[in-house]
Design a protein around this ligand. Structure first.
Ligand code: THU
Length: 227
């Protein structure tokens, strides 16, 4: 598992077991704007929910993720101290040839949107294949994840952080779909030189460089990455 914690160097990992028997890895994904950091538990649980699976247990060594108790209570998850000998890990990579637009459309059934009923799907193109993401809503609205960040946290955790090519985004109920400010900030930190392809409801698309989506974004040489 690969975390992205260049500001704190805090290596935070976990595995969440789904009721399917699959284990979903999660790692800490930091952002130069610290409050946008995704904890390992949040990443793993959202990855599990985004696969239409239900989290049932969690394995995490020290340091434990912030708000671990919230997540345990939210889904009635138990903490386990040992793992099976060779846990079957969820692999987010699609290596087959796919049609991007129809895959984005098919993914909408994986969105978890009890609050908004507004589905968003993402396909993160890497050098090896595609990684999917859908939006996940939880009772605490600020702890869910947008589709783009579900895909990004899955990709980094699985070790494709330096192999990212392009992000595709779709929302059937959106008009002109476009990533939210928080996702732009995360995209700018993780894949600043890459492009985002926006697939609109009227079947047109527009392609933008991430750096053009966040002009004058937050940065400071005194918040140096440690490695
Ligand atoms: N959403 C995304 O998934 N991506 C964005 O860029 C904007 C918003 C989701 C979050 C929430 O589930 C729903 O859309 C309404 O905000």
């Amino acid at each position: 598992m690969n975390s992205y914690a260049p500001y704190s160097e805090l290596e935070e990992y976990c595995l969440v077991e789904g009721s399917s028997g699959l284990f979903y890895p999660g790692t800490r994904i930091e952002n130069i704007s610290f409050p946008l950091t995704i904890s390992a538990v949040r990443a793993a649980i959202c990855s599990c929910l985004a696969n239409n699976d239900r989290p049932i247990s969690i394995f995490q060594n020290e340091p434990v993720s912030e708000l671990l108790n919230f997540w345990k209570e939210e889904y009635n998850i138990k903490r386990i101290d040992t793992l099976p000998d060779s846990p079957e890990l969820f692999d987010p990579l699609i290596t087959a040839e796919i049609d991007v637009m129809s895959t984005l459309h098919d993914l909408t059934k994986y969105s978890v949107t009890p609050h908004s009923d507004f589905q968003v799907t993402a396909l993160l193109e890497t050098e090896m294949g595609y990684i999917t993401g859908v939006n996940i809503e939880v009772s605490a609205w600020s702890l869910g994840l947008c589709a783009e960040r579900t895909a990004i946290s899955r990709a980094i955790t699985a070790g494709y952080g330096d192999k990212l090519r392009r992000m595709h985004i779709y929302a059937p109920k959106g008009d002109f779909i476009s990533p939210c400010g928080s996702c732009r900030q995360v995209l700018a930190d993780i894949m600043p030189r890459q492009q985002v392809v926006l697939h609109h409801r009227n079947e047109t698309s527009s392609t933008h460089f991430v750096k053009d989506l966040l002009p004058y974004g937050f940065t400071s040489s005194s918040l140096k990455r440690k490695k």
